[in-house]
Write a protein that binds this ligand. Structure first.
Ligand SMILES: [Zn+2]
Length: 195
């Protein structure tokens, strides 16, 4: 019998993931913990992308693109359809209340997650800067598959840091390096103003 190759996703209880995160954060130096969690998220991103493709097909949301099955169903969607379906997919997967938006003028996109499972983790709430490292890594892999080139992800707002949502901005490495430098300068300005 021939089995269809299915995405390797299992339903994992959020408390289990939180316990693992807390363990990594407690056991490692901060930079190592961040890298480990991002790499773990990145490692899972491809399977999440394949599950998204399968979900698009099963939900009747799209037919294979005219470029063929290998290009993926996501490639056949308009940007508005893609945003709407991505938001619903991540919401249904338990990530939180998700909104996708894009800024074509500078080639970036943003994913906002209210009630993000990771941002509302008490272990994350102990810090005052963005801390959703697993989500950051996963989104980089997921959107990299769709874009067809490496996508850099920067979390610029985080519920753990007191924002009303987590905001992940995405673009190619050059654009995001510029954004990162702007963000770093703005954080430095804010902390100067506070002292
Ligand atoms: Zn966050």
């Amino acid at each position: 019998m021939k089995y269809m190759r299915t995405p390797q996703l299992i339903g994992v209880a959020v408390p289990l993931l939180r316990e693992l995160r807390a363990g990594v954060l407690a056991a490692s130096a901060p930079a190592d913990a961040v890298r480990t969690l991002r790499e773990a998220g990145f490692a899972g991103g491809d399977a999440v992308y394949r599950a998204f493709e399968q979900w698009l097909g099963e939900s009747g949301y799209s037919s294979p693109s005219s470029a063929g099955e290998s290009a993926g169903r996501a490639a056949s969607l308009s940007l508005a359809e893609f945003g709407e379906r991505t938001s619903r997919f991540f919401h249904d997967a338990g990530w939180g209340d998700v909104t996708f938006s894009s800024d074509e003028s500078n080639g970036t996109a943003a994913l906002d997650i209210a009630h993000c499972w990771e941002g509302e983790d008490p272990a994350t709430a102990a810090v005052d800067w963005p801390g959703c490292h697993i989500t950051t890594g996963m989104l980089a892999a997921f959107f990299g598959r769709i874009a067809g080139y490496p996508v850099a992800v920067l979390e610029t707002e985080c519920s753990a840091a007191g924002n009303s949502r987590c905001r992940f901005q995405m673009g190619n490495a050059d654009v995001m390096k510029y954004k990162w430098e702007e963000e770093t300068k703005s954080v430095a300005r804010r902390s100067d103003a506070e002292t």
